[in-house]
Design a protein around this ligand. Structure first.
Ligand code: COI
Length: 327
């Protein structure tokens, strides 16, 4: 079996090479994104593996079907970059990947602590030998009410991670997760908004969650709330977020994701003109911490992302049912 791997990263190659040695699967590494112009590079393959850097829409999926390459896997958990309805129309089978929730959950807690202890400002000051205390007084986790929106794998792991801190945890989800039900209080979204000192998002990007953090929801939150987003940038209305930072309704913000981050995050753009104004503007606030979509990026997660997506393509190829089939 041969798999065409688009957007290949050097660190992933180690995992692909190991799979190559242990199986009869071979890989064709392609540095480009999968687009209408590059899709023909996969013409001789039995399946395509992508990352989440660009939209895989009808035009690409139609070309895949015409080429007879009908299996597609994304090496990511999120699949909002793939038009699943178009895939179904063209008979393209699509799978996503999975990885342990620890990497993102650990990173989330780190961002909570960094925001609470004003670490960005402390770090910047120390870099210029300013060791003053003024303005750096923090708060303690034990005094916090933490609102977790989304109690799937990652949200639940954040809740486990928080167990030793002694904070009160409120959770909102449309489904109760039995694994954490006894350790937390499930509440309505409005109650979570009004009572939480820190709110962290762990929901997928769907029509119902897009821009769920906006001026209306922010108005329901405590003044000075700390918001953490390690999920998807589009969960937030960024103009409303900026407004709330400027008016100091939001006390601190930590984002590992950003609306329209594609083509910026994960690339070296040092000498380029970057036109995402909101990204540049928000980054300069002392109480805003922004990282380049790296919460997921651990050795264990990269191994899982590659091997689980390859396994899915293999299962589709031999006609058995992969666990992560989306359409
Ligand atoms: C995912 O797996 O959905 C992620 O967010 C990480 C990816 C963009 C590499």
């Amino acid at each position: 079996m041969n798999i065409a791997v688009y957007d290949i990263r050097e660190d992933e190659k180690l995992v692909f090479r190991r799979i190559e040695q242990e199986s009869e699967i071979s890989f064709q590494y392609i540095k480009d994104h999968l687009t209408v112009d590059t899709v023909s590079k996969a013409a001789k393959s039995d399946g395509i593996a992508v990352l989440g850097h660009n939209m895989i829409g009808e035009d690409i999926l139609k070309r895949m079907a015409e080429m007879g390459v009908c299996n597609l896997a994304t090496r990511t958990v999120g699949y909002n970059h793939i038009d699943l309805q178009a895939a179904a129309r063209h008979g393209i089978r699509v799978c996503n990947s999975q990885y342990g929730p620890h990497g993102v959950a650990d990173f989330t807690v780190m961002l909570m602590l960094m925001s609470l202890r004003k670490y960005k400002q402390a770090l910047f000051r120390a870099n210029v030998n300013d060791y003053s205390l003024k303005g750096l007084q923090g708060r303690e986790m034990k005094d916090m009410v933490i609102g977790i929106i989304g109690s799937g794998n990652i949200g639940a792991q954040v809740i486990h991670n928080l167990a030793g801190f002694g904070c009160r945890i409120l959770v909102y989800d449309t489904r109760v997760n039995p694994a954490i039900e006894n350790a937390v209080e499930y509440t309505s979204l409005d109650e979570l908004y009004s009572k939480s000192d820190i709110i962290s998002l762990h929901v997928p990007l769907l029509d119902g969650t897009r821009q769920m953090i906006n001026c209306q929801s922010i108005a329901k939150m405590k003044k000075g709330v700390i918001l953490i987003n390690c999920a998807r940038g589009e969960l937030m209305n960024i103009a409303d977020i900026i407004e709330a930072i400027e008016s100091e309704r939001i006390g601190a913000l930590a984002l590992d994701v950003f609306e329209n981050e594609e083509g910026i995050y994960h690339f070296d753009r040092r000498t380029d003109i970057i036109t995402n104004r909101d990204m540049a503007y928000l980054r300069q606030f002392p109480n805003v911490t922004m990282t380049q979509h790296i919460a997921f990026y651990t050795d264990s997660a990269v191994d899982d992302m590659v091997s689980i997506s390859v396994r899915a393509l293999y299962d589709l190829h031999i006609g058995s049912a992969p666990l992560n089939r989306l359409v």
